[in-house]
Design a protein around this ligand. Structure first.
Ligand code: KIV
Ligand code: ZN
Length: 520
């Protein structure tokens, strides 16, 4: 179960597209600071290529690619472009300060796309693809070409396009299964065909980019590797268009755990998988399901008595990977009310966070408050406190307290107190269709910021009646979406904190919501 690198093992290039295709997941958009944080985490994880965005798509995408290109050293930074001059020029403008820039140009090749989307014949496609690759190669030698919807493209035509793109200067040819239509043996056949029939295929790295519409993105990517692909495109937590992309953590652990079969390895530090997954879940607000392979909370939990018994005798009876190898801390139950700050600091480190002294002290204060309410503090509780501390936004308004009267068939009545600077303000609201809605109305009333709640999600951080509830909300204000997160052992309080967290983000980016506070 160690990370054995077999003789003749091939090094597979890991191309992460969390910040581009992953960000195309509905509701997963990230702001610049969040993208920078994710890019740094991907670097620490050890991916080879970071696709930072699609520069022509929006000014925000351009800015993110430029900032990442300027400041992230040690990985190739890639920007996406259609085979159009303006796209490629804009991509280069964003990438030109990168230490190792890569331009990724794409053009659809399947009959459906040619006929209905592009209205172009086969020769026209070849001509555009070649022109796009040549223009990109004029800027930098590291050029990737993707024939979009390759998995549904006629094999003969796909071979022609790939050969022409390599001859024009593409150093990586990426084979996307854009709509998640392929099966493992189909994908294996596509890659094998390219290896056997494209005369200059040895001049480029073959890459694979699989979508998960039929739940086969990881299996298809592995089949492509088996057939000769040398690069996998993937995303953290499998984020991406529709059902998402190939999940990075799953494909990495499959290659590692079955290195005897694939004879392949990567540069990824697998101990960073869980912390990176948590970070992406927290910044996008899209939590992974409990039973998600590798990073889900239940991925290493053994429930059946027979399994537990086997594990106690010899863990390999039921465990093919060790939780610590993917970044789960070794023990689950950790600290209690009598634990000191040194013990807490060591758990924080074991969870993969590197924090300064002041931040640790701040978390220790929060930990003591929590330990008074909750007997047993688990790793997940500590991670929730850390996320709350490190992802703080400037707080114009902070939560103080609430009182509520509510019941079946009764209109809720809430008294809410908030702090704004040195003053406390309060309001009484009667309304809403439940206690949480009433608290949200009271916050809108006090802050003067009206919003539409688009998503509300609550889950328990750990187990037991005294578990902390974590609430994620997404609210819309003036056409923009804001996410908020709150944690408490009281779920109405967690909801209030999450809502206020999102409202504070609105206040920080606009001049709304700053009516004079009436001290009280
Ligand atoms: O799915 C797809 O085809 C893509 C390309 C741009 C590579 O994301
Ligand atoms: Zn894609």
């Amino acid at each position: 179960m160690t990370n054995t690198i077999h003789t003749n093992s091939r090094r597979i290039v890991i191309f992460d597209t969390t910040l581009r295709d992953g960000e195309q997941s509905p509701g997963a958009s990230m702001n610049l600071a969040e993208k920078m944080e994710v890019a740094q985490a991907l670097l620490a994880l050890g991916v080879d290529v970071i696709e930072a965005g699609f520069p022509i798509a929006s000014p925000g995408d351009f800015e993110a690619v430029s900032e990442i290109a300027r400041s992230v050293r040690g990985a190739q930074i890639c920007g996406l472009a259609r085979c159009r001059d303006a796209d490629i020029d804009r991509a280069w403008e964003a990438l030109r300060h990168a230490e190792q820039p890569r331009i990724h140009v794409f053009l659809a090749t399947s009959a459906i796309h040619r006929e209905f989307k592009l209205k172009m014949d086969k020769d026209g496609i070849i001509c555009h693809a070649v022109a796009g690759v040549k223009r990109a190669a004029g800027y930098c030698p590291n050029v990737e070409f993707s024939p979009e919807d390759a998995a549904r493209t006629e094999p003969d035509f796909l071979c022609r396009v790939v050969e022409a793109a390599i001859a024009a200067g593409a150093t990586t040819v990426n084979i996307p299964d854009t709509v998640g239509y392929a099966t493992p043996s189909h994908m294996h056949h596509v890659i094998q065909t390219l290896c056997n029939r494209v005369p200059n295929i040895d001049k480029a790295v073959i890459s694979v980019h699989c979508h998960n519409d039929l739940g086969m993105a990881v299996a298809n990517s592995l089949a492509a590797v088996e057939a000769g692909a040398g690069q996998i495109e993937c995303t953290i937590n499998g984020l991406g268009e529709r059902a998402g992309n190939c999940s990075l953590e799953e494909v990495i652990m499959a290659l590692r755990t079955r290195s005897d079969f694939y004879h392949a390895h990567t540069n990824v530090n697998t101990k960073r998988l869980v912390p990176t997954s948590r970070l992406v879940a927290n910044v996008t607000g899209i939590q992974v399901q409990r039973n998600k392979a590798i990073v889900g909370r239940n991925a290493f939990a053994h429930e059946a008595g027979i399994h537990q018994d086997g594990m106690l005798k010899e863990r390999t009876t039921y465990e093919i990977m060790r939780p610590e190898d993917v970044g789960f801390a070794t023990t689950e139950l950790v600290l209690g009310k009598h634990s000191g700050s040194a013990a807490l600091a060591s758990r924080i480190k074991a969870l993969g966070y590197s924090l300064g002294k002041e931040q640790i002290q701040q978390i220790f204060e929060m930990f003591k408050v929590l330990a008074d309410k909750k007997k047993e503090i688990y790793d997940a509780d500590i991670a929730a406190l850390i996320e709350q501390e490190i992802r703080q936004v400037p707080e114009l308004w902070s939560f103080v307290s609430y009182n509520i009267t509510s019941g079946t068939g009764q209109i809720p009545s809430v008294h809410l107190r908030l702090r704004r600077g040195p003053s406390e303000v309060s309001t009484d609201v009667v309304g809403g269709d439940g206690p949480v809605d009433a608290v949200f109305l009271a916050i809108e009333n006090l802050t003067g910021i009206s919003v539409v709640c688009k998503d509300f999600n609550v889950h328990s951080v750990t187990v037991g009646k005294d578990a902390q509830g974590e609430v994620m909300v997404q609210i819309e204000h003036n056409g923009r979406m804001y996410r908020g997160r709150g944690v408490s052992t009281d779920s109405v309080e967690a909801s209030a904190k999450a809502f206020l967290n999102a409202v504070n983000k609105i206040a920080a980016t606009s001049s709304v919501g700053v009516p004079p506070a009436s001290p009280n």
